[in-house]
Design a protein around this ligand. Structure first.
Ligand SMILES: O=C(O)CCC(=O)C(=O)O
Ligand SMILES: [Fe+2]
Length: 305
């Protein structure tokens, strides 16, 4: 082992101490990083001076990057990297994807069939106060809930839709991003997921949660949402949640097949700047890869390519 680590939480997360990601990482060191990622579900790297090119290289080393859906925020030179935050131009037009009020607890990518996916979030500019990100383990959630909940959900699937989540966001704030074209919409059909899944690397059971599915198989939507809220309450007990307070030049990579995460309130930094560089990467092994990822990625290339 070359890579040195420091634990973050009892049940997930390590800080990686002695790796400089701004230089290409050798395949043996990267194999260690990859193993740590699957074992601990969340990796934190501090003090990394990462250009978008460095971040894109890392994303490709980890798997197959997905080009983000709101393509106006994808970097033209490195479309594997998109921007998140509250940065606007002089006319007040958003230059970064911003969800006013903040994201609630969610799983990135649960609107596509390929569930083994990493999010890379890199802090470029952080506000003096607020702007943290919360994380909890969906494997721990599975261990902690009463058996009756596990039993009730073991055969249940949920139908997840990008548009069901994105359309209300757009309607509540039409200035925040460009509406999807009919071709883009058609490329994102709803998808069924089992709620209880087995992680393909750790072999652990996890709850794979989209907290706003269109419907469930076998139970009513109302019952499903009640159970999900109960799971979330247990999963997000204060002692099970890691709150990351960002410093510039920090990178967090998390496994969406084993973690839930949440943004935090945005009002706190209304007069300050927050800029994050984000990549989303499909990893292997996985049960259901997206058959036409390249075709899909081409549709969401930033304008001008
Ligand atoms: O901005 C944050 O803190 C969280 C953003 C988020 O949910 C994501 O990048 O997937
Ligand atoms: Fe997210």
């Amino acid at each position: 082992m070359h890579v040195k680590t420091k634990p973050i939480m009892r049940n997930f997360g390590v800080e990686v101490l002695n790796v400089d990601l701004s230089n290409p990482v050798s395949s043996s060191v990267f194999a260690e990083i990859r193993a740590l990622y699957f074992e601990h579900s969340l990796l934190l790297f501090r003090g990394q001076l990462l250009t978008p090119a460095d971040q894109a290289r890392l994303a490709h080393q980890l798997g197959q990057p997905k080009i983000e859906t709101r393509k106006q925020f994808n970097l033209v030179d490195h479309p594997e990297v998109s921007t998140l935050g509250n940065i606007e131009d002089a006319t007040g037009k958003p230059l970064t994807f911003f969800v006013r009020g903040g994201f609630g607890w969610h799983t990135d990518g649960s609107v596509a069939c390929h569930v083994d996916a990493a999010t890379l979030l890199y802090a470029v500019e952080v506000p003096e106060e607020g702007g943290g990100t919360l994380f909890c383990s969906s494997a721990t959630a599975y261990e902690e809930v009463p058996l009756s909940i596990r039993d009730e959900l073991c055969e249940v699937s949920m139908l997840c839709s990008f548009h069901a989540h994105n359309d209300p966001l757009y309607e509540s704030n039409p200035e925040s991003f460009i509406q999807l074209t009919p071709t883009e919409r058609a490329a994102l059909p709803p998808v069924w997921h089992k709620v209880v899944q087995t992680h393909p690397v750790t072999g652990k059971h996890v709850f794979y949660l989209n907290l706003d599915p269109m419907k469930f198989s076998g139970i009513t939507r109302e019952r499903g949402i009640t159970l999900f809220n109960r799971i979330l309450e247990i999963a997000t007990q204060p002692n099970l949640v890691y709150r990351h307070r960002w410093q510039p030049k920090e990178l967090i990579i998390w496994d969406n097949h084993a973690m839930l995460h949440s943004g935090t309130l945005t009002d706190i930094y209304a007069t300050d700047r927050r800029l994050m560089h984000r990549s989303f990467v499909y990893t292997e092994p996985t049960e259901r890869p997206i058959p036409n990822l390249e075709e899909l990625n081409a549709i969401f290339m930033p304008n001008g390519i």
